[in-house]
Design a protein around this ligand. Structure first.
Ligand SMILES: Cc1cc2nc3c(=O)[nH]c(=O)nc-3n(C[C@H](O)[C@H](O)[C@H](O)COP(=O)(O)OP(=O)(O)OC[C@H]3O[C@@H](n4cnc5c(N)ncnc54)[C@H](O)[C@@H]3O)c2cc1C
Length: 399
């Protein structure tokens, strides 16, 4: 049934590469994942799983595990410091999703579950410490060359999925560039066990605070609150990551007595960029390799996981002979507009609405959110959008 020519190569053992690998392995397709790091990275990055993504991941039985390891967030809020609040309850989506809530859980926990699941397949493997350096292809196959602590190597397959993140080497190798822009400010994320609900009334697990001086975003994960704030282009990384700076910024969120306990701190550049093409011949791009967006809305990793399911399902159909290769043309047609129009539009609007200093814009957005959250039908349409159910429906893949 399976032979060498059917092998799919995957660059990167992030959530996107590992989802694609699991879809292929489940279908009996031989798959080889190459990961530059010597073990699965444990860095604190995305932590929001949207309802649409939980529906897809339940195919692997991992949504239940994410719920056990994480925290169910049935509501989200937009607020300001003067007491205005618009709240949305994902329960309104219970007729369209098996998961009418977000789950807050660190993405490295998903990676651990997916890698563990892959181990049960003899036709799937992950090679750690294998950084892809070069990609070449002809009409029949694609070849990757890699190097790492174990030396140099190469592998050949029928198709290659470039899921090697924002600085994708695969993307460079196939001559695809990223269009778009990078915001001048970066984002700081600090995690603290401080009990914010004890001092901020009616706080729910996902709360966006609009403020012209310092917007911020409070997101709860197990045992911790993650606080996300913008930092100026002029601030150096060393300053921003210093205790003094973070304490000062957290005290602007809530001015408590004494210092905050800080468990993690991360600073990162924020982009709105989409690859000019998602495919060159036998090579595809997915996840951060194909698109980058600001994290206000929790769409980056989720959109990447949606890419992975779409592409891997198509590769399975082609490799099993139930669809011809022209099917693969629709991957870019389905997924690139989602990144370009849908995710970019929503995440850029989220940022602008939280930060605007214009009183007319502030009032208009607050009134709009109050109106939408107060109307059941409008609230449902809004949540279908922000939970990425409508983009998945538009891209027409089965949940
Ligand atoms: C610092 C940081 C913080 C973030 N915080 C948030 C957040 O708070 N909220 C949010 O929604 N999103 C956040 N994101 C974005 C989110 O983490 C990504 O959208 C998500 O990780 C994309 O998954 P991916 O699998 O496409 O790429 P990645 O998770 O980046 O995985 C790519 C993998 O490829 C490997 N790799 C790279 N180059 C090679 C190579 N040449 N050969 C082989 N392997 C290679 C990497 O080691 C990595 O394991 C953050 C991103 C960063 C960088």
């Amino acid at each position: 049934m399976t032979n060498f020519n059917q092998r799919v190569l995957i660059a990167g053992a992030g959530p996107v590469g590992l989802v694609a690998a699991n879809v292929l392995a489940d279908a009996g397709i031989p798959v080889s994942v190459f990961e530059a790091e010597t073990a699965l990275p444990q860095t604190l990055r995305a932590s929001t799983f949207q309802p649409s993504t939980l529906d897809l991941l339940s195919r692997f039985g991992v949504s239940r595990r994410l719920i056990e390891m994480g925290l169910v967030a049935p509501r989200m809020q937009y607020r300001d410091r003067k007491g205005w609040m618009a709240e949305f309850d994902f329960g309104i989506l219970s007729d369209v999703t098996h998961h009418p809530y977000r789950v807050q859980c660190e993405q490295y926990k998903l990676n651990g579950l997916l890698a563990e699941r892959l181990r049960k397949f003899s036709h799937a493997n992950i090679t750690f410490g294998a950084r892809i350096k070069a990609v070449s292809q002809d009409s029949e196959q694609v070849k990757v060359s890699f190097s790492g602590p174990g030396g140099e190597g190469s592998a050949t397959g029928a198709w290659l999925v470039g899921a090697d993140g924002g600085r994708s080497k695969v993307r460079d190798e196939i001559g695809v560039s990223l269009g778009g822009f990078t915001w001048p400010e970066r984002f700081l994320v600090a995690s603290t066990p401080f009990d914010f609900p004890a001092v901020i009334p009616d706080l729910c697990e996902v709360s966006y605070f609009a403020d012209p001086e310092q917007w911020f975003f409070l997101l709860r994960v197990s045992g911790l609150w993650r606080v996300m704030m913008p930092i100026g282009a002029e601030d150096t990384e060393a300053d921003v990551l210093s205790d003094g700076y973070i304490q000062q910024r957290l005290h602007r969120v809530f001015d408590k007595a004494g210092d905050y306990e800080i468990i993690h701190r991360t600073i990162y550049a924020v982009h709105q960029r989409v690859a000019n093409s998602y495919r060159n011949g036998r090579v595809f791009l997915a996840g951060d390799a194909a698109h980058l967006n600001n994290p206000l809305g929790g769409m980056g990793m989720n959109g990447g996981v949606h890419d992975a399911f779409t592409l891997a399902d198509q590769l399975v159909a082609v490799l099993k002979g139930t669809a011809d290769e022209t099917t693969l043309d629709s991957y870019e047609q389905r997924r690139r507009p989602v990144a370009l129009d849908y995710v970019n539009t929503i995440t850029i609007a989220n940022k602008r609405n939280l930060e605007t200093r214009d009183p007319i814009e502030q009032r208009a957005w607050r009134e709009e959110m109050t109106r939408i959250s107060g109307d059941k039908q409008l609230a449902k349409e809004y949540l279908l959008k922000v939970s990425m159910i409508s983009s998945l429906r538009g891209a027409a893949i089965a949940a």
